[in-house]
Design a protein around this ligand. Structure first.
Ligand SMILES: *Cc1c(COP(=O)(O)O)cnc(C)c1O
Length: 407
C-alpha cells in the first residue's frame, strides 16, 4: 500500500472540487475585537476586521470575564488535574454548572469539553439509559448530533428540515409504547432560521417523546436572560435536554447539557465522553461562569447585536445581494459556487482587510456555498459601512467576470 499516494488522492479530490480548506492565522487582540492581525504564511502582517466570528457578543474580551479567569488561574493553577471523577471536579466546575442550571431553569447542568462532545456523547449514550429508544432527528442537525446519533446505533428517523407533518408521520408510524426522543436546533447556524420549538414540543407531548434542543447559536443572544430561543418563546420548561456551548456567544470554551437532576446524574455516570476525559481548566470554567452571569442581564448587548444585523441586512439587500434573512443575527450571502465563494473571500481579505470565511460543502449542501457574516455589538458603523462598500465593489467586479466568461 502506497499511503502517500492515497493521501495525495484524498487531498487532490478536495482541490479539484474547489473545497480544499485553508485556515488563516489570525491574532486577536484584547480590547480590539473585531480588529485582529492576519499573519500571512510569509510572516507579513495585515490588519483585518473579523466578520465571521462566533464570539457573537465580544464576550471573549469582556474585562470581568478576563478578571475571573486571571483570578482562577492565579489562585488555583493551570489545569484541573484530572477527569471529573478522579480529582478534576473543582469548586469552579460546580459554580459553572449551578450558573447554567439557573440560566435554563433546570435542576442541573453538566459541563463537557465542548458542545460537540456534549452532543456526541449524550446522544450516543441514551440507548444505554433508555433501551429501545428511537431518535427523530432534523435532517439539518449539526454534525455533532449526527455523529452521536450514528454511534447511538439504535433506530433513527430523519425528518425533513423543520417539517412538522413529516415528523408527525414518522412518530405516528412507530409503536406508541417505545421511548422516543426528538433532536433539533433552535437556530440553524448556516441559514439562521429558527426551528418550530413550540410545535415540536406539542408533537413530543402528543406522542410521549422527549425533546433534545441544541441552542448553541442562541444562548447569550435570545431570551430575556440569554437562555436561548426556547426561553424567548416560553418553551424552555418543555425541553428535556438543552445543549449549548460556552465557546460562542459566551466567548470562552466548553459545552454543556441542562436537564433534570436525574438525567444529569445518569449522563454523568454513563457517558464516556464525560467520564474518560480531563475536565476543563478551572480558569476556563470561571470565565465561562462569569460570562453566563453577565449575559443574564446584558439586554443592551442583545439589542445592539440585533440592530447591527438588521442594518447590515438592509444595506446588503439594498444593493440587491442575495441575503438569506430569517430575522436572526446571522447574515448569509448566497454565492452558490465553491470557487467563487473562496475567491470572494480571498479578495475581501487581501483587498479590504475583511475576514469572512467561505462556507462550502460539507458544511452546507453543494450549490448553496455562501459567505456568512456575523455582526456583533462591537462592530461599529464605520466597519459596517466598509463591509457594505467592499461587497458592492466585489459583486460588481465578479458579476462582470461571470458575464465575460459566459459570453
Ligand atoms: C459549533 C456547534 C456545536 C459545537 O460547539 P463547540 O462548543 O464549539 O464544540 C454544536 N452545535 C452546533 C449547532 C454548532 O454550530
Amino acid at each position: 500500500m502506497d499511503y502517500d499516494a492515497a493521501l495525495d488522492v484524498a487531498l487532490n479530490r478536495l482541490h479539484d472540487e474547489g473545497r480544499y480548506r485553508t485556515f488563516i492565522d489570525i491574532e486577536r487582540r484584547r480590547g480590539k475585537f473585531p480588529h485582529a492581525t492576519w499573519v500571512r504564511p510569509d510572516g507579513t502582517e495585515r490588519d483585518i476586521t473579523i466578520w465571521c466570528g462566533n464570539d457573537y457578543l465580544g464576550m471573549g474580551q469582556h474585562p470581568e470575564v478576563l478578571a475571573a479567569m486571571h483570578e482562577a488561574l492565579d489562585t488555583t493553577g493551570a489545569g484541573s488535574g484530572g477527569t471529573r471523577n478522579i480529582s478534576g471536579t473543582t469548586v469552579w466546575h460546580k459554580r459553572l454548572e449551578t450558573e447554567l442550571a439557573d440560566l435554563h431553569r433546570k435542576e442541573a447542568a453538566l459541563v463537557f469539553s465542548s458542545a460537540y462532545v456534549a452532543n456526541d456523547t449524550t446522544l450516543s449514550t441514551l440507548r444505554v439509559i433508555f433501551p429501545g429508544l428511537i431518535i427523530y432527528s432534523d435532517e439539518l442537525n449539526h454534525n455533532s448530533m449526527i455523529e452521536g446519533i450514528r454511534r447511538f446505533q439504535g433506530p433513527k428517523r430523519i425528518f425533513r428540515h423543520s417539517d412538522l407533518a413529516h415528523l408527525r408521520e414518522l412518530l405516528a408510524a412507530d409503536d406508541p409504547a417505545v421511548p422516543k426522543l426528538i433532536a433539533f436546533e433552535s437556530i440553524y447556524s448556516m441559514d439562521g432560521d429558527i426551528g418550530p420549538i413550540k410545535e415540536i414540543c406539542d408533537l413530543a407531548e402528543e406522542f410521549g417523546a422527549m425533546t433534545y434542543l441544541d441552542e448553541v447559536h442562541a444562548v447569550g443572544m435570545y431570551g430575556p436572560r440569554g437562555a436561548g430561543v426556547a426561553e424567548r418563546d416560553g418553551q424552555m420548561h418543555r425541553i428535556d435536554m438543552i445543549n449549548a456551548t460556552l465557546g460562542k456567544a459566551f466567548g470562552v470554551f466548553g459545552g454543556y447539557i441542562a436537564a433534570s437532576a436525574k438525567m444529569v446524574d445518569a449522563l454523568r455516570s454513563y457517558a464516556p465522553g464525560f467520564i474518560f476525559t480531563t475536565s476543563l481548566p478551572p480558569a476556563v470554567a470561571a470565565g465561562a461562569a462569569t460570562s453566563v452571569r453577565i449575559l443574564k442581564t446584558a439586554q443592551h448587548l442583545r439589542d445592539a447585536q440585533q440592530m447591527n444585523a438588521r442594518i447590515l441586512k438592509a444595506r446588503l439587500k439594498g444593493l440587491g445581494l442575495p441575503i438569506i434573512d430569517h430575522g436572526t443575527h446571522i447574515v448569509p450571502v448566497h454565492v452558490g459556487n465553491p470557487v467563487h465563494c473562496k475567491m470572494l473571500s480571498d479578495m475581501l481579505l487581501e483587498q479590504y482587510g475583511i475576514y469572512v470565511q467561505p462556507i462550502n460543502f460539507p458544511t452546507v449542501p453543494r450549490g448553496t456555498e455562501r459567505l456568512r457574516f456575523t455582526p456583533s455589538p462591537v462592530h461599529d458603523a464605520r466597519q459596517i459601512d466598509s463591509l457594505v462598500k467592499a461587497m458592492d465593489a466585489l459583486w460588481r467586479q465578479c458579476a462582470l467576470n461571470r458575464a465575460e466568461a459566459s459570453a
